[in-house]
Design a protein around this ligand. Structure first.
Ligand code: ARG
Length: 245
């Protein structure tokens, strides 16, 4: 009888482990951040990273749950185990790499300056930038850049969502925004009263999946899946749907 109980315990432990592995992988996105993650008019999640995540999960043969999370709570939410991975155009930086584990990069994006067509300013000329009102999304690489390099020259307005920042540029509460280049392109260059200003600025070491430090196995699995998707053409197919370069 004791033997049976012991065997039962082992069985329960083994199925417990198997179940833990079967648990859906939860991936977090900050929505909307076009073209990376946003909703269709029908309310469905889509975008470059959403489609990449779908392909990745299929390749890993894992069920995935997609979680919507505001950008300013991204890393805390990961630490609190609200989800297991972040795919939110998060650039690899030294500072973040102290807290999270990054996959190999799957995209690179510089920061871009955008303004109304009526605004003309040389962003590299500090005196011309004096007193300008610049919008950034709080806690991004663009926020860090502006704070460090222009913090005492311009007035920095920090936004929780990229969408609110867009609205404020549209309604002239901002002179300029500094945002991930493809997002600015999608938001502003599709309309004819906006333009790009100056040169894009390289920030971070590419965009990658962020995970908890101890989830090394997951990182390996994700890197392997991303590599397969790059080699079999799936990555390019998804990429071409969202970017024309
Ligand atoms: N790439 C920038 C960074 O890592 C901005 C990312 C913001 N992402 C978002 N989904 N809102 O800081």
């Amino acid at each position: 009888k004791q033997f049976l109980i012991a065997a039962g315990c082992i069985l329960a432990m083994v199925t417990g482990v198997a179940q833990a592995q079967e648990r859906p992988l939860r991936i977090a996105f900050d929505v909307p951040y076009e073209p990376f993650e946003y909703r269709t008019p029908e309310g469905e999640l889509t975008g470059f990273e959403v489609e990449l995540a779908e392909a990745m999960c299929k390749e890993m043969n894992r069920e995935c749950d997609f979680v919507v999370q505001a950008w300013d709570g991204m890393i805390p939410g990961l630490m609190a185990r609200k989800y297991d991975a972040i795919m939110s155009s998060m650039s690899i930086t030294e500072q973040r790499a102290k807290r999270v584990l990054f996959s190999e990069p799957y995209y690179r994006t510089p920061g871009g300056w955008f303004a109304k067509k009526s605004t003309s300013v040389d962003v590299t000329d500090r005196s011309a930038m004096e007193g300008r009102v610049v919008g950034v999304q709080r806690g991004t690489t663009m926020d860090n850049y502006v704070t460090e390099n222009l913090g005492n020259i311009v007035e920095v307005k920090r936004y929780t969502t990229a969408d609110d920042m867009r609205l404020d540029l549209e309604s002239d509460r901002l002179d300029l925004v500094f945002v991930d280049y493809p997002v600015g392109e999608e938001y502003f260059l599709t309309k004819d009263n906006f333009r790009e200003i100056g040169e894009p600025v390289k920030l971070g070491e590419g965009v990658a999946v962020a995970m908890r430090k101890r989830d090394r196995e997951l990182a390996k699995e994700i890197n392997k899946a991303l590599e397969t998707l790059k080699n079999d053409g799936t990555y390019d197919t998804i990429m071409n749907r969202y970017f024309d370069y």
